[in-house]
Design a protein around this ligand. Structure first.
Ligand SMILES: N[C@@H](CCC(=O)N[C@@H](CS)C(=O)NCC(=O)O)C(=O)O
Length: 199
């Protein structure tokens, strides 16, 4: 397995710890990746974030949590991710607090980098590009969005935010199936009623 990583990422560190606790660190080849500049990486990973694990069959698993599930399923006994698989609510609440802190710290760091390491416009372009790349990826996976679950709710929420807050992102032309699908969802009363509004 090949792990796209860098030494400063806390999300990568989660994966390194899990691999060590499973005793499989030697099965992972580390590929240094600076996602901000590595366009080849972004071509394989529309979200453009590390960590990302490439398997022997060439498929990619993104996100520390999803990689955690994969490693636990294949090399563990299920205990590393049991809080999630068993729906242990108090432990999940604990995780959500840790994750809120982690996301806040990443935003703080980005605020330092914004304007210091690269111009503000560079970041704006970067995250607009991420939205377009993910829309194109979803465009090829419409059947997966027909399931009514947390994943689909997350997709609807993200697309709704993009239309509400970033109407200048022109995504419908490059993701026409997704655009059609989203428009069809409007007939769902709950989806319609929950469309974002100004605070
Ligand atoms: N939810 C993701 C978050 C990963 C993440 O935010 N990675 C950061 C490094 S700490 C990254 O790749 N940032 C690049 C960017 O924001 O463009 C996970 O759990 O793996």
């Amino acid at each position: 397995m090949r792990l796209s990583y860098n030494v400063s990422s806390p999300y990568v560190r989660r994966v390194s710890l899990l691999a060590a606790w499973l005793g499989i660190s030697d099965k992972i080849t580390h590929i240094t990746c600076i996602p901000y500049t590595d366009t080849a990486f972004r071509d394989k990973n529309p979200g453009g974030l590390v960590p990302s694990l490439e398997l022997a069959d060439g498929s990619h698993i993104h996100d520390s949590m999803t990689i955690g599930y994969y490693l636990d399923q294949h090399y563990g006994d299920g205990s590393l991710m049991r809080a999630f698989t068993s729906g242990d609510i108090p432990r999940l609440v604990l995780y959500s607090e840790i994750e809120a802190m982690q996301q806040g710290l990443v935003k703080l760091r980005q605020d330092v980098m914004r304007g210091e390491k690269r111009p503000v416009d560079w970041y704006i372009e970067r995250y607009r590009d991420t939205s377009l790349r993910v829309c194109e990826s979803l465009n090829g996976q419409i059947a997966a969005l027909e399931v009514r679950d947390f994943v689909t709710a997350s997709a609807i929420a993200a697309l709704g935010m993009m239309e509400f807050r970033c109407p200048d992102i022109v995504w419908r032309e490059s993701a026409p199936e997704l655009a059609l699908w989203l428009d069809q969802q409007e007939s769902d009363a709950a989806i319609h009623a929950s469309y974002p509004q100004e605070l």
